[in-house]
Write a protein that binds this ligand. Structure first.
Ligand code: AMP
Ligand code: ZN
Ligand code: FE
Ligand code: FE
Length: 279
């Protein structure tokens, strides 16, 4: 069984439709894929419709934007009830705050570059929570930068004068909401970019609030730090995940470049509000 539980479609900042994502997963030899768009579940239905003909099982998930103190933390929620009030509130609040924040960034950029808010809307799915990758795509369309990578290294980086911070709820609240909605919570890429590295104490603290597991094998976690992370997880009884964080052509990450063990998957999906959709 090849299991990749962290991917994005163009319903957030990936570049493929949910249906095409499942077709790509089949070509990559995956048996199970998790669709985890940022702060939206709008891709679930189309992905579910592609399960039968692609033969790939679907885990419905979402990547929640959160913060642990000053640290930016992404929480993968799986198989939760999307109609739970806290979940609905989070989705609505993130859609609004992402849009306001992106508009501020574009206002700042517009002082130096020929870019408008309309250019950003033109490259995003109408239902997508707007993120910096959409602003990058608008800059690419206007031939201001060559690719997303270049945009993130320059005007979209956190140290750029054009940068505006994104609102995010507390990580512990997000984990509680996911659990209350009958789902499972997994911390994504905790060792990504050293500046926002999640401290060890946070893992212990979050384990106590109902965290299920943590991504260890993810390309943004430095290889030399993974063994220590694994031992911290073992101490707290947390499950270890491996995932691609595929974004289509928006990032170099390839489907199935990291995978999760079948034993962990079996534990993850037992007793959840939603079930895995099998072919
Ligand atoms: P935001 O949530 O608007 O702050 O944007 C963060 C998103 O940008 C995440 O989904 C990342 O996957 C994506 N991202 C971060 N760095 C890069 C990069 N260098 N190239 C492409 N996408 C990136
Ligand atoms: Zn993303
Ligand atoms: Fe993430
Ligand atoms: Fe992601």
């Amino acid at each position: 069984m090849r299991i990749d539980l962290h991917t994005h479609s163009f319903r957030s900042d990936g570049t493929e439709s949910p249906q095409d994502l499942l077709a790509s997963a089949a070509r990559a030899g995956l048996d199970v894929v998790g669709l985890t768009d940022h702060d939206t579940i709008s891709g679930w239905e189309d992905a579910a419709a592609a399960v039968a003909h692609t033969g790939v099982a679907l885990v419905r998930g979402m990547e929640f934007t959160s913060r642990y103190g000053e640290f930016s933390v992404h929480v993968l929620g799986y198989l939760f009830d999307p109609a739970a009030p806290e979940i609905e509130r989070h989705i609505a609040q993130m859609a609004k705050s992402r849009r306001e924040r992106a508009q501020k960034i574009v206002e700042r950029l517009a002082q130096d570059f020929p870019i408008t808010w309309g250019d950003v809307l033109a490259v995003a799915d109408p239902a997508a929570p707007i993120g910096r990758p959409h602003i990058a795509d608008a800059l690419i369309a206007k031939k201001i930068v060559a690719d997303r990578q270049a945009a993130f290294q320059n005007m979209l980086s956190a140290s750029s004068p054009y940068y505006v911070r994104q609102y995010a709820p507390q990580t512990s609240d997000v984990i509680s909401w996911i659990n209350q909605a009958g789902g499972r919570a997994v911390i994504a890429h905790p060792l990504a970019n050293r500046g926002s590295r999640l401290p060890e104490v946070a893992v212990a603290d979050l384990a106590a609030t109902g965290l299920f597991g943590v991504e260890v094998n993810h390309r943004d976690n430095p290889i030399e730090c993974r063994a220590e992370l694994s031992s911290i997880l073992a101490e707290h009884g947390l499950a270890e995940f491996g995932s691609s964080d595929y974004h289509g052509t928006g990032k170099p990450n390839q489907l199935g470049e990291n995978t999760t063990a079948v034993e962990v998957f079996t534990q993850l999906v037992s007793g959840t509000h939603l079930e895995v959709i099998y072919p």
